[in-house]
Design a protein around this ligand. Structure first.
Ligand SMILES: [Zn+2]
Length: 87
């Protein structure tokens, strides 16, 4: 698990340097950060190996998930399906 979080932390740092504004929606609702209310994220996909999926009790997820990392505070949100790019 330490390797996973290290990789995610690296990804968030790389994303924070990007000038792109990235807003997303899930289920037709705009996504905002529950910690800082920021609405821009770096999107990533996580392929969950069996051990990680089982640890997180996510075996039903088909072993992949969408990750949104807040570009302001770095909080990471996980979505079982894909998210839509907001217009
Ligand atoms: Zn945030």
């Amino acid at each position: 698990m330490a390797g996973l979080f290290h990789a995610l932390k690296r990804g968030v740092k790389a994303a924070a340097a990007s000038p792109d504004t990235k807003r997303y929606r899930a289920g037709g609702i705009a996504i905002s950060c529950p910690h800082c209310q920021n609405d821009t994220f770096e999107k990533g996909a996580a392929q969950l190996n069996t051990a990680v999926a089982t640890f997180l009790n996510l075996d039903w997820l088909n072993k992949s998930a969408t990750i949104l990392a807040c570009l302001k505070c770095g909080r990471i949100q996980w979505f079982a399906g894909d998210v839509d790019r907001a217009p």
